[in-house]
Design a protein around this ligand. Structure first.
Ligand SMILES: [Zn+2]
Ligand SMILES: [Zn+2]
Ligand SMILES: [Zn+2]
Ligand SMILES: [Zn+2]
Ligand SMILES: [Zn+2]
Length: 387
C-alpha cells in the first residue's frame, strides 16, 4: 500500500493551499498540528528514477502521520461537499458492490438528510462524518480510512440502530482533489442497507418485476412476458422467477402492464403452471420457464419495476421444498408399484396358479386375481397404503 503524502497545507493567512500552487518564498503550516512545513518540489519527471510528486513535509519530526493528515483533510472536504449539496438540494448518488449481500447497491446518500456533522458521537463510536435527518437523528455514518478495516462492532452497532455505515478508502493524495468522485463509490466493507429476512436471516434483495417485449414463438404476435428478478441490470440478475411464483399483487401489476397470465400445461414439466401467454386467445403459445432465462441473457427490451425488498432465499427454499415433496411422492408411488409386483408373484392358495394385478376400472383400487380365472375365482384385496 502506497504512502499518502501531504499535498495540502495552510498559508500564513489560514487558506488551504494545494502543493501545485505553493511557492518557495511562502511559509506553510500543517492543517493538524500547526507546525511549519517545508515544500519539496519534484525536479524529476514522472517515471524517472527517484521521482516523487511534490509534497510538504514537517520541518521537525512530528507526531503527525501523513495518513492522519490526509484522512482529516478528506473528512472536512467531504463534509463541506455534502453540506453544499444539501443546500443546493441536489442528490448524491452512490453505488457499490456489497460484501454482505453480494449485490450492487445504488442510492442517494442525501435522501432525507438535512445536515452534516463531523463531531458526532453515537454510543461509543465517533463517525468521521455523520448525516442527520431533519429530526437530528443520525441516518448514515461515514468512515474514512487509508487502510484500516472498519470495526465490525461499530458496523453492527450502526445497523442495529438503523444507521447506514459507509466506508471509504483513500487510495492516493489525488482523492483529496476529487472528493466527489471518491465519495460516490463506497467500499464493499460498508454496511448493507438491505433488510434482514425475519424468516431465514438472509438479506432481502431489491426485487424487480420485469416486463419483456417479445414475440409469440407460435404465431409471432408481439407478446409481453413477466418475470421476477433480483437485480436492476442483466449482470446483477441471479434469480429469475416466472408468474407461478408471483404473489397476487405481482400478477395484478404485470397484468396492468399488458401481460396476460394464465394457467398452461407444459409437456416438458408434465404439469400446469401460470405463465405469460400469447394475446391471441386461439393461439396456445405461452412463455415457458426456459424462455425466461433466454429473455434475460439475450437482451430483449424490457421495463423494470422496482418492488422493494424481497427474500429470494425464502422463495427458492419453498420451491426446492415443493420439488423435494413431489420427488418423495413419486418415490413412494414407485415403491407401491414394486410391492404390488411382489404380491403378484404369490401363488394362489386354492389352485397354485399365479395371482395377477387386476384393475377395477377408473377410480377403483387394483386387486389380485388368480391367473386361472374364470376356472378359479380366487381373488384378494390389495392394500396400497400398507405397502
Ligand atoms: Zn502536523
Ligand atoms: Zn448489501
Ligand atoms: Zn401466439
Ligand atoms: Zn428469507
Ligand atoms: Zn387359483
Amino acid at each position: 500500500m502506497k504512502n499518502i503524502s501531504i499535498t495540502y497545507a495552510r498559508s500564513a493567512e489560514g487558506a488551504l493551499v494545494h502543493v501545485s500552487e505553493a511557492v518557495k518564498e511562502q511559509a506553510y503550516f500543517c492543517t493538524e498540528c500547526g507546525d511549519r512545513l517545508s515544500l519539496r518540489i519534484s525536479r524529476l519527471q514522472p517515471g524517472e528514477k527517484g521521482y516523487q510528486k511534490s509534497h510538504f513535509v514537517h520541518r521537525r519530526g512530528s507526531g503527525c502521520s501523513s495518513e492522519t493528515i490526509a484522512r482529516n483533510q478528506f473528512r472536512r472536504k467531504a463534509a463541506e461537499l455534502l453540506a453544499r449539496k444539501i443546500e443546493e438540494k441536489s442528490a448524491f448518488p452512490v453505488v457499490w458492490k456489497c460484501r454482505v449481500c453480494n449485490k450492487t447497491h445504488r442510492l442517494n446518500l442525501l435522501e432525507g438528510v438535512a445536515a452534516v456533522e463531523t463531531e458526532c458521537r453515537i454510543g461509543e463510536w465517533r463517525p468521521d462524518v455523520a448525516l442527520l435527518g431533519p429530526d437530528g437523528k443520525i441516518k448514515a455514518a461515514v468512515g474514512i480510512a487509508v487502510r484500516e478495516k472498519p470495526d465490525s462492532q461499530a458496523v453492527q452497532y450502526y445497523e442495529t440502530n438503523g444507521i447506514l455505515y459507509l466506508q471509504f478508502y483513500l487510495q492516493s493524495a489525488e482523492d483529496l482533489d476529487r472528493p466527489e468522485e471518491r465519495l460516490s463509490q463506497p467500499s464493499p466493507d460498508s454496511g448493507c442497507p438491505s433488510p434482514v429476512c425475519e424468516v431465514c436471516g438472509e438479506r432481502k434483495n431489491t426485487a424487480y418485476l420485469r416486463i419483456v417485449d417479445t414475440a409469440c414463438y407460435k404465431c409471432g404476435r408481439p407478446t409481453k412476458a413477466a418475470m421476477l428478478v433480483d437485480g436492476a441490470t442483466n449482470d446483477e440478475v441471479y434469480v429469475i422467477l416466472g408468474p407461478e411464483d408471483f404473489t397476487p399483487e405481482m400478477i395484478r401489476l404485470a397484468e396492468k402492464h399488458g401481460v396476460i397470465i394464465q394457467e398452461r400445461y407444459s409437456r416438458t414439466r408434465e404439469e400446469s403452471y401460470l405463465a405469460s401467454v400469447c394475446p391471441d386467445a386461439s393461439c396456445a403459445g405461452f412463455v415457458g420457464e426456459h424462455y425466461l432465462r433466454e429473455y434475460v441473457w439475450e437482451d430483449y427490451p424490457y421495463t423494470g419495476i422496482e418492488l422493494g425488498p424481497v427474500c429470494f432465499n425464502c422463495i427458492e427454499k419453498a420451491k426446492w421444498l415443493k420439488e423435494e415433496q413431489e420427488a418423495e411422492e413419486e418415490r413412494k408411488q414407485e415403491e407401491r408399484m414394486i410391492a404390488m409386483m411382489g404380491e403378484a408373484c404369490k401363488p394362489c392358495p386354492e389352485c397354485g396358479g399365479i395371482l395377477e394385478i387386476q384393475s377395477r376400472g377408473y377410480g377403483g383400487l387394483p386387486y389380485l386375481r388368480c391367473c386361472n380365472y374364470p376356472d378359479c375365482t380366487y381373488e384378494e384385496e390389495f392394500d396400497m397404503a400398507e405397502s
